[in-house]
Design a protein around this ligand. Structure first.
Ligand SMILES: NC(=O)c1ccc[n+]([C@@H]2O[C@H](COP(=O)([O-])OP(=O)(O)OC[C@H]3O[C@@H](n4cnc5c(N)ncnc54)[C@H](O)[C@@H]3O)[C@@H](O)[C@H]2O)c1
Length: 315
């Protein structure tokens, strides 16, 4: 694999498994040293072993990234272990029925606070400690500031480009809203707004801040949920909703994060990149009509979404 991230150091929150796990493996395969921060120590260690067995460089730290001491601790751990910080992937999320908590009427205030602490508070805390560390690290290698100057592409002082990359994991749920899961939808929408705001604040320091909005990604957990709760007809219904006629793979997201982490992406900031096979560009009223025949022909459709957002399903 091309070593586009050689010499860079990265933190990946929720990097023990799923999207974060695959992202940690991908960034390491491209040459970055990675620190996995996760509440699940056992799986984090297993992913570290997977990376080091493949010749990469990785370590892990156990902690809840919605807590300030974890955010501060992970940045100082990366700085003392790797001597620098270049990439911060803010991805952690705990999938459970509690984290979905219902709509406004069903939602408990405590659940709301916990979910928002993780989906938004952790992004703020990661940046609070990560940005100064990226600034202190400076560019990992000669960036193309001189090339820009040679071509007369800037008139003032060379921009401090290539200093850092923050990538916040949003979702198609940040772009479009679903019934019965207020906190998740609010948190993933806020991640996009926070990304834009931080991109403005930290662009002048040479730090880009972008978000990714994955569609339905077949993580280890989601594969298992499909096996236990879904059926073939339900799976196919999901697939045919995607213009590319398939669900997402871990590698689809990991490769997008890797690209946004490179110097090649230095002029991209404040965007939310949907990596969703076109799911979010479709007009709903048309797609519902397209699905109508399939649903009528397959009345036994089951998906693992059936029990999510219960209590506020549309009738
Ligand atoms: N899988 C999808 O289809 C999908 C789609 C869109 C967006 N996303 C987003 O991508 C991210 C990863 O999702 P996933 O499906 O890979 O999840 P996952 O459950 O497979 O992995 C999440 C990891 O985060 C860790 N984690 C949970 N809470 C934590 C905390 N407070 N502090 C530190 N670590 C914590 C978990 O232990 C786990 O290892 C999430 O932000 C999720 O909302 C996922």
């Amino acid at each position: 694999m091309i070593q586009r991230l050689k010499g860079k150091a990265a933190i990946i929150t929720g990097g023990a498994q799923g999207i974060g796990g695959a992202t940690a493996r991908r960034l390491a395969a491209e040459g970055a040293q990675v620190l996995i921060v996760d509440t699940d120590a056992e799986l984090a260690l297993a992913n570290v072993k997977c990376i080091t067995d493949a010749g990469g460089s990785a370590a892990h730290m156990t902690g809840d990234v919605s807590k300030e001491e974890t955010a501060e601790g992970m940045v100082s751990e990366a700085m003392s272990r790797f001597g620098r910080l270049d990439i911060l992937v803010q991805n952690a999320f705990g999938l459970s029925s509690d984290t979905f908590g219902g709509g406004a009427v069903e939602m408990q205030l405590q659940t709301w606070r916990e979910v928002m602490d993780l989906l938004t508070g952790a992004l703020f805390l990661g940046a609070k400690y990560g940005v100064p560390a990226m600034e202190a690290s400076g560019p990992s290698e000669e960036f193309d500031a001189e090339v820009l100057a040679e071509h007369g592409l800037h008139r003032g002082d060379p921009p401090p480009a290539g200093v850092g990359r923050i990538i916040n994991m949003s979702s198609v749920h940040g772009l479009l809203q679903a019934a019965g899961i207020l906190a998740y939808e609010a948190g993933k929408s806020a991640a996009i707004g926070m990304t834009r705001q931080m991109a403005i604040d930290y662009g002048p320091k040479g730090i880009t801040v972008n978000a990714i909005a994955p569609g339905h990604i077949l993580t280890e957990k989601i594969q298992k949920m499909w096996e236990e709760e879904g059926n073939e007809e339900g799976y196919r219904l999901f697939e045919i909703q995607y213009p590319v006629r398939r669900l997402g793979r871990l590698a689809d997201i990991a490769s997008a994060v890797a690209f946004l982490s490179t110097d090649e992406a230095s002029f991209i900031t404040g965007v939310c990149l949907p990596v969703d096979g076109g799911l979010s560009i479709q007009l709903q009223e048309n797609i519902v009509m397209e699905m109508k025949d399939y649903i009528q022909q397959n009345p036994g459709i089951k998906s693992h979404f059936d029990s999510w957002g219960e209590g506020s399903q549309r009738k």
